[in-house]
Design a protein around this ligand. Structure first.
Ligand SMILES: [Fe+2]
Length: 359
């Protein structure tokens, strides 16, 4: 069976595209209870961007502090319950922020129309009804959350996405001006999420002409941004990073992530480490799985003088390491892609513990 996936319905790309958001929303303002729900990264509170949000008096604008945790099922449920009881059903949800805000906008859009806690829907195709209209406006690029079919949520028992075709945004606004203010280390870590998506997508069973073509183009852009003669945080590279992130995400849609993401999920779930940073911490030591990618990654680290801690595992308990290894081991689709269908003969929980001890 081949995947039959849904893409973003509409995309606007270009410097200043954010100014078109008001007109874009206008078409949907008569839907449901006639108000928009904006979910905005708290980082923008009091900043220029706040003044540019095309909110009308009836709309709800909610600033959310996503640092340092990934969105929880509890946050999604309480946002939904609160808005429904105070205002009713929004015409649409607009997420303005990084990967976590994208996940919140996607998840809450689904939960407005699906009863009960979002924990009931963590997994593949468990959501029963389409969500409400939702728009993604990324302000940091690299996670590919703007294009993915998944809204990753941390629940009481699992960190797992609401994954179905209704998760995908109806509209995405890609304005490279918005990512200009990202601090350098985060510009690097989140961009590396895209780079790692492509390396993992390419190096595994599920890679094919479709996923390869997107990964190839995305990697070309990543190399220009992080290694080329004009590398660095420039407006031209911001344009490229926004597109690289999208293409890396599209590559994954038709392939799969691998060992690095499996470890990264363990680091996030047990230690609360942020996704992109956790990827970098893990990828740095995965030379035996992704030799060329890791060598190039180290070059990028050197070139941009990025702080990437090592020797972290000496402060972790055996219990924490075992717990992280179990989280990783329970992502069979990633190991299957990276190692092969007989991966259980080749990789044990003990081996994965060994990988964590390298970090
Ligand atoms: Fe990722």
């Amino acid at each position: 069976m081949h995947k039959n996936f849904k893409g973003i319905e509409k995309t606007v790309f270009g410097r200043g595209a954010f100014a078109q958001l008001g007109d874009i929303l206008e078409e949907r303002r008569q839907d449901n209870d006639k108000f928009m729900f904006f979910v905005v990264d708290n980082y923008f509170k009091g900043k220029d961007l706040e003044k540019k949000i095309p909110a009308k008096p009836q709309d709800v604008v909610r600033f959310i502090d996503v640092d340092p945790e990934e969105p929880t099922t509890q946050l999604i449920d309480s946002l939904r319950d609160e808005i429904l009881s105070k205002k009713g059903l929004p015409s649409g949800v607009v997420g303005i922020g990084g990967g976590s805000i994208m996940d919140i906008a996607k998840a809450v859009s689904l939960m407005f129309t699906n009863e009960g806690s979002s924990t009931l829907y963590q997994g593949l195709n468990l959501v029963k009804k389409p969500g409400i209209y939702h728009v993604g406006v990324p302000t940091i690029s690299g996670t590919g959350a703007e294009v993915s079919m998944t809204a990753v949520l941390t629940g009481p028992t699992k960190k797992l996405g609401l994954k179905c075709e209704w998760t995908v945004f109806n509209q995405v606004v890609l304005d490279p001006d918005l990512i200009a203010s990202v601090p350098r280390n985060w510009w690097f870590y989140t961009g590396m999420d895209t780079y790692i998506h492509c390396i993992e997508s390419e190096n595994g069973l599920l890679n094919n002409a479709y996923s390869h073509s997107y990964a190839e183009q995305s990697l070309k852009l990543c190399r220009e941004i992080y290694l080329g003669p004009n590398s660095g945080q420039t407006p031209e590279n911001d344009d490229k990073l926004m597109v690289a992130s999208l293409m890396g995400g599209l590559s994954l849609t038709y392939s799969e992530v691998g060992v690095c993401h499996a470890l990264s999920y363990g680091l996030s779930k047990i230690l609360g480490m942020r996704h992109c940073y956790a990827n970098c911490i893990a990828f740095n030591h995965l030379h035996d799985y992704y030799a060329e990618g890791v060598t190039e990654f180290k070059e990028m680290i050197r070139k941009h003088k990025i702080d990437l801690p090592q020797g972290l595992s000496k402060d972790w308990t055996d219990e924490q390491i075992t717990a992280m290894a179990n989280v990783s081991y329970n992502l069979p689709h990633m190991w299957n892609h990276a190692v092969g269908p007989d991966w259980k003969d080749k990789v044990t929980v003990k081996d994965i513990e060994g990988l964590f001890r390298r970090l």
